[in-house]
Design a protein around this ligand. Structure first.
Ligand code: SAM
Length: 232
């Protein structure tokens, strides 16, 4: 199937996300897959911080889908730290074009992200911060411009959840390399989870070697399966 031009990441000849229903795909593969709502509901009183890591910020579609989910879930007073990384940051204009397909459902969130993203200097490597005040609490986005392994190594605290969204392993094996998955395992809290859409054998083996118990779950759309990992 031909990839619509606005969704094509030319660096990898792969799409940023699935054309149809990208927000629903995010909710199924990454949010249900990581069990984020269960983790939030089970938080002990007084423990109100959740740390999330993402490999592959792209156009921020996962972040927008997450805000949409949490804004409407009834949870209040939590602080989310969202650490992401992007080796080839898109311009704000390109981001807007990539996200165009779900402007009808998430227009205000897209505008919010575009305003914050437009204020950071994507030509400068390293951490950039975007701060959002949301109905569920605060959302701090720390975006590392550069290579994924550098970002993982720069994390000072482990994440509770990882969204592994770095193009298919066939198109971009570098973001699934064992060395990086091992580093992600080291930067995952015990009992923490990771979720991804790929069930490729090399990824599964890399996650197991990194200390995750992996489980195949139903996929979304044309994909039969997705993967969940739980850090032992
Ligand atoms: C599938 S897209 C991400 C989609 C994004 N999560 C979203 O929902 O909009 C994967 C992203 O990972 C980035 N990427 C690929 N390899 C990388 C690496 N080694 N380090 C950092 N970013 C990388 C690509 O440039 C691309 O933007």
């Amino acid at each position: 199937m031909e990839i619509p031009l606005n969704l094509l990441n030319e660096e990898y000849n792969d799409r940023y996300f699935d054309v149809v229903n990208a927000i629903e795909e995010a909710k199924h593969v990454f949010f249900r897959g990581s069990g984020i709502m269960d983790i939030l509901s089970a938080m002990e009183p007084g423990r109100d911080i959740l740390r999330i890591g993402e490999t592959g910020f792209g156009a921020g579609r996962l972040l927008i889908a997450l805000m949409d989910l949490l804004d409407n879930c009834g949870i209040r007073g939590i602080s989310i730290f969202y650490h992401s990384v992007e080796l080839h940051p898109v311009s704000p204009g390109r981001m807007e074009a990539i996200l165009e397909g779900f402007r009808k459902t998430a227009g205000p969130l897209i505008d919010l992200l575009l305003r914050a993203y437009g204020r950071i200097d994507i030509t400068s490597r390293g951490w950039h911060q975007m701060q959002f005040s949301r109905p569920f609490g605060s959302l701090t986005v720390n975006l590392w411009v550069g290579e994924a392994l550098e970002m993982v190594q720069a994390l000072t605290l482990p994440c509770d959840i990882w969204f592994l969204d770095g193009h298919s392993p066939q198109k971009n094996p570098s973001i699934w390399r064992p060395e990086l998955l091992l580093a992600i395992g080291e930067k995952t809290a015990p009992g923490g989870a990771c979720a991804t859409y790929t069930v490729a054998g090399a990824v599964r083996r890399g996650l197991i070697a990194a200390g995750f118990a992996v489980e195949q779950r139903p996929g979304f759309g044309i994909k039969k399966a997705a993967l969940k990992g739980v850090k032992q």
